[in-house]
Design a protein around this ligand. Sequence first.
Ligand code: HEM
Length: 144
Amino acid sequence: MTLFDEIGGFETLKRINKAFYDKVYAHPWLGQYFKLLPREQIEKQQADFIAQAIGGPDNYRGKAVISAHLHIFITEELFQIRESLLQAAFQETGAPAALIEKWNKIDQAFKPALISRSVAECSPRFPGDGILSFSAPEKTSAIK
Ligand code: HEM
């Protein structure tokens, strides 16, 4: 029995992804990176990607993860925001511990390759393609 079967297959992955992308799309900074992308597509790609990594069907037809992010400026801070939203989605949906452990390991393994120190480290996917980069919205302070 694979981890995919043990955790309840696509049903479970879909439930977690729904909760996760609700938070991602609603986030004032991270959400900007996703707003032009159809949610069904991104949720399906993500579910297929994780499914394949935990012994599920080989459905993933997206790009290799690193190539898919070369044009995206991802800072350490932004990466951590994404991770904390993911942990919140795990808690909210009662995700199985074994899945949480594996999923976090995958994300951490890709982290050094996905993070850049400056926009100059990013590269367009094709000539004329833009770099996806947004600054953090201004933090509002209670003390003015
Ligand atoms: C803050 C961190 C991240 C940001 C801002 C981000 C953003 C994005 C965006 C905007 C896309 C759509 C790209 C496009 O086709 O136009 C994408 C695709 C994708 N991301 Fe991320 N991502 C992050 C971290 C991660 C991590 C840690 C993983 C998993 C290891 C991951 C896995 C994927 C996958 C599998 C796709 C689909 C690629 C495809 O369809 O070809 N991402 N990401």
